[in-house]
Design a protein around this ligand. Structure first.
Ligand code: AMP
Length: 299
């Protein structure tokens, strides 16, 4: 497994592989890797000839009040996990390599970033869009892998790739969970033992809402009110709980008529948890579109 710390070094390796033909897959991460990240690498390994993973804690996607300073960093353990998953190259740039003095460009995907996490994390998606655009231009992968755990991010990245004519397939990978349902996250290490026991209620309640709406697609308002009450009772401070169109992220406030998902963010002690789940609806209600599923990329 090669390690590149500069863009020039990354480009040199990728150029060599390109000459030999074959597809290159990229899995961007912020490190502190877990099985969720490894699912991206595994999907890339299955579909591509070469797999590049990146580890970069991107300061531009953290607000000044957020956890940039305390975000977990575990390079040696991360490299070991990536090596055993068959990664060909890990790109680990320093902040100065990605944002040298004088860096002045910001990429903003409008509309899609207005709601959900975008409404609560000022500037977050501008930081994400900027770093992802850079990584896609630097590594020039044929496919790039993003988790459905951060579903809004996946949709934003897909839009960005289309809008900037980047010749890359953006692939969504299903959320990997612990046995009790909690979506794996590098931030779960912030949870105290007591909070860790409470945390799975987020996934459980989203599952319950998704199940109820699959049976009664017109009960969106009722289910969101019920879900909010359940989350608060479990000890979670709800930031948002919403149903949105799975493709356009348009809010669904009354009845589900197209593939949709239920999204939530909640504070548990000092940890911010997010999760989302698909709502299975009868074929007749779904029109022509179908839910993007695991491993199926589009544009
Ligand atoms: P992060 O390191 O948190 O920025 O995440 C890097 C990538 O891994 C993003 O595309 C995430 O959506 C994805 N990811 C994080 N957690 C999970 C998970 N539990 N299941 C699937 N993908 C995940």
């Amino acid at each position: 497994m090669e390690i590149a710390r500069t863009v020039a070094d990354l480009r040199m390796h990728v150029a060599g592989w390109r000459k030999g033909g074959g597809e290159i897959g990229l899995a961007p991460t912020m490190g502190a890797l877990h099985r969720g990240h490894m699912a991206l690498v595994t999907a890339a390994r299955a579909e591509c000839d070469r797999v590049v993973a990146s580890i970069f804690v991107n300061p531009k996607q953290f607000a000044p009040t957020e956890d940039l300073g305390s975000y977990p960093r575990r390079e040696a353990a991360d490299l070991e996990m990536l090596r055993s998953a068959g990664t060909d190259l890990v790109f680990i740039p320093a902040v100065g390599e990605m944002y040298p003095t004088g860096f002045a460009t910001l990429i903003r995907v409008s509309g899609l970033t207005d709601g959900l996490c975008g409404a609560h994390r000022v500037g977050h998606f501008d930081g994400v869009a900027t770093v992802v655009a850079k990584l896609l231009i630097q590594a020039q992968p044929d496919a790039a892998y993003f988790g459905e755990k951060d579903y809004q991010q996946l949709i934003v990245v897909r839009r960005l790739a289309r809008d900037l004519d980047l010749p890359v397939r953006i692939v969504g990978v299903e959320t990997v969970r612990d046995e009790d349902g909690l979506a794996l996250s590098s931030r779960n290490i912030y949870l105290s033992a007591k909070e860790r026991r409470i945390a799975p209620s987020l996934a459980r309640i989203l599952q319950s809402i998704a199940g109820a709406l699959a049976r009664q697609p017109a009960a969106v308002a009722r289910e969101l009110a019920r879900g909010t009450a359940l989350l608060e009772r479990a000890g979670l401070k709800v930031e948002y709980l919403e149903v949105r169109d799975a493709e356009t992220l348009a809010p669904v406030s009354a009845e589900i008529t197209a593939p949709s998902r239920v999204f939530a963010a909640a504070q548990l002690g000092r940890t911010r948890l997010i999760d989302n789940m698909p709502i299975s609806i009868p074929r007749s209600a779904g029109g022509e579109r179908s839910e993007p599923t695991h491993g199926v990329g589009s544009g």
